[in-house]
Design a protein. Structure first.
Length: 98
């Protein structure tokens, strides 16, 4: 199936979010920390249509995907690219994300 966007770009904020997630999992479950990040990236890479995910209820300028029921990935569609803007655990309050 052909994708309807050119590329997926990870913002510096989203990369920092992934670093924070990995750091957290390294402290609580070191053997799984890298795999958590790989899982997030692979699931995002499975995106086929830029608008296949819902508009986020907290940030209507973004769409969101839920990964493994544990992570919320926010993205925007800009110039036929998907820009990943944030990644955070679903149990974290989105209103506290800056």
């Amino acid at each position: 199936m052909n994708k309807n966007f050119d590329t997926i770009i990870w913002s510096s904020d989203s990369e920092n979010d992934l670093d924070d997630i990995e750091e957290y999992y390294t402290s609580v479950s070191p053997e799984k920390s890298t795999q958590k990040i790989i899982d997030i990236i692979l699931k995002v890479e499975e995106t086929i249509f830029s608008e296949q995910w819902q508009i986020d209820e907290f940030d209507s300028s973004s769409r969101r995907m839920i990964i493994n029921k544990k992570f919320r990935v926010l993205y925007k569609i800009i110039d036929k690219n998907i820009i990943i803007t944030r990644v955070y655990p679903t149990q974290k309050n989105p209103e506290n994300i800056s």
